[in-house]
Design a protein around this ligand. Structure first.
Ligand code: TNX
Length: 549
């Protein structure tokens, strides 16, 4: 922690010579619409307050905005609730001076309600008309920046939260400093109206190949939230480790979790640990998607419970990086007790709608034995009340209501997956040659794989999730996800090195309308994030394609 503070302090010092101020459009992912008004910049006054609709979830977002702004600005930033019903349509959050004319130019206060709440009124309510809360959808927001206030409007707390992430990016990079910085906190004037292209925008962390403690996972969630990603897929089990405590099969975690790639001590999450992760994510409007990989990738489970193994013989613990050799016995009824017990407990711990059953690389369970297993597992998931997700290898299994396939191929001609979509499946796209964050950036990248090719920032960015798979219309695409497999990734700093700067590219594909897609523009916007990451102590790869300041 001391190290991190030192790095951050140094970076903050460098920032005293401030980089060019942000422009309203300098946001990643690119907003749906941006109307800059250079005459309407907002400067944060020392006495700024945050006013928010009387709604518990909105109030929590306001609290998080205050927590984001206090360390660097040193401002107290009290949060007050607007009177009930004071704001009519949807939720609002307003950052403003104590008096409406605290800005450099005396103009109207941000909202009528703010006028009422403020000691001195006299301005009129802003007249800009815009989309209603309905137009903004489940996650959209509208940001109005005037000299008097910054106002975020949304139909949901998630929308307010995404608006806060945009506001954060519009402040100088020094806002990321954990300690006070002497700066002018200017937000560029104008209006942003923004909502996502796809409802599912995620990243996956493989905590099975190497275990990552709760604190690391919480920080990864924070990284997702910055870029408006709303799902964290946790790959909780694999040959090298079982990472979630299961009461009904108590040896899984302590025995199956005691190993990892390379022979380290491994580890696992208790139910309380997992709940902490879920809660931290929920506050950031991120849904946790737990994966129990079946029927292959199960060596760690077999070490703990040899009765599940074909032949009932315990295999030795596995700490290498081969795939496809292990499986739970699909011909033994005990296997389905195991699947139902484990999925039942994980479902009960998980508030989100998804349960991921893996299904990849079960090379030794073929044909009808494989599809039969998957179909039973799908029914077990349905009985828990969750919606099943699986890697696209489960495509040949019968359709079940709502099922989602996660496609990780490298060639967009995949008739089996397209056929499953025709039978009703929806898709999450994770093409290995664009979205896999465990691929090396370049031949000399010190960690990572290259089986799907090298994935530099441009490759991560230059594809269209709406038109990637032959025969799959954009409407069947639920969204995108960037998986990080961790055979060679052992620390949080290495996770960050593989995430940044590619994760924001994937985030933009998931959020931004296709009409904004433009490599040159993206590269320039992304460059401005380097100083933000440095200031926040985030390790990142200085990709040579990006013009870092
Ligand atoms: C394939 S992608 C796997 C993982 C490996 C990964 C390495 C997928 C569903 N399975 O087991 O970790 O390649 O890139």
């Amino acid at each position: 922690a001391a190290d991190l503070a030192r790095v951050a302090a140094r970076a903050a010092g460098e920032l005293l010579a401030p980089p060019a101020p942000a422009r309203l459009g300098d946001v990643v992912p690119a907003p749906t619409s941006v109307a800059a008004d250079p005459a309407a910049d907002f400067t944060l006054p020392a006495d700024a307050v945050i006013r928010v609709s009387a709604d518990a979830a909105a109030r929590d977002v306001a609290g998080q905005l205050a927590e984001l702004l206090r360390p660097a600005t040193g401002c107290p930033l009290p949060v007050t609730e607007l009177p009930h019903g004071g704001d009519g349509d949807g939720l609002t959050l307003t950052l403003t001076g104590v008096t409406p004319d605290a800005g450099p130019r005396a103009v109207a206060a941000g909202t009528e309600a703010a006028d009422t709440a403020a000691p001195a009124t006299g301005g009129q309510a802003r007249t800009t008309t815009g989309p209603t809360a309905d137009d903004l959808g489940d996650e959209g927001y509208r940001l109005d920046v005037t000299p008097a206030s910054v106002r975020i409007t949304a139909g949901s707390a998630a929308g307010l939260f995404h608006g806060v992430q945009t506001l954060r990016q519009l402040l100088p990079a020094a806002i990321e400093s954990p300690t006070p910085v002497d700066a002018r906190w200017v937000v560029p004037g104008g209006v942003i109206v923004d909502r996502p292209r796809f409802p599912y925008r995620g990243a996956m962390l493989d905590v099975a190949r190497h275990f990552f403690p709760v604190a690391d996972v919480l920080r990864v969630i924070d990284h997702l939230a910055r870029y408006k990603l709303n799902h964290l897929h946790l790959h909780l089990t694999d040959d090298q480790g079982w990472r979630i405590a299961v009461d009904s099969w108590p040896a899984l975690a302590p025995v199956g979790g005691a190993t990892e790639v390379g022979g380290g001590p491994g580890g696992h999450y208790t139910a309380a640990d997992y709940r902490r992760i879920v809660r931290h994510a929920a506050r950031r409007h991120v849904t946790v998607v737990p994966e129990i990989d079946l029927p292959g990738h199960t060596n760690a489970a077999l070490v703990a419970y040899p009765e599940l193994a074909p032949g009932k013989v315990a295999p030795p613990p596995y700490t290498g990086t081969e795939v496809g050799f292990s499986y739970v016995d699909p011909a033994d009824e005990r296997t389905y007790d195991f699947v139902a017990d484990v999925l039942g407990e994980v479902a009960a711990l998980t508030p989100g709608p998804w349960l991921h059953i893996g299904g990849d690389e079960a090379f030794k369970v073929k044909g009808a034995a494989y599809t039969g297993f998957v179909e039973r597992a799908q029914r077990i998931v349905a009985a828990t009340g969750k919606t099943v997700v699986g890697w696209h290898q489960i495509a040949p299994a019968a359709h079940t209501a709502g099922r989602v396939l996660q496609w990780w191929g490298t060639n967009g001609d995949d008739p089996e997956t397209a056929e499953a979509v025709r039978r009703g499946a929806r898709l999450i796209l994770s093409p290995g040659n664009h979205a896999y964050l465990d691929m090396k950036y370049a031949p000399d990248t010190p960690i990572g794989h290259d089986w799907a090719g090298l994935v530099d920032v441009r490759r991560a960015y230059d594809w269209d999730p709406g038109a990637h798979l032959t025969g799959v219309p954009a409407g069947e695409v639920l969204g995108v996800e960037a998986p990080l497999w961790t055979e060679s990734v052992t620390t949080l700093a290495e996770v960050e090195f593989m995430f940044f700067p590619r994760l924001p590219a994937l985030a933009e594909l998931g959020w931004s309308p296709r009409s904004t897609h433009d490599w040159a523009g993206f590269r320039d916007r992304l460059a401005g994030h380097g100083p933000r990451w440095s200031t926040a102590g985030i390790a990142f790869h200085r990709s040579p394609e990006v013009p870092w300041p």
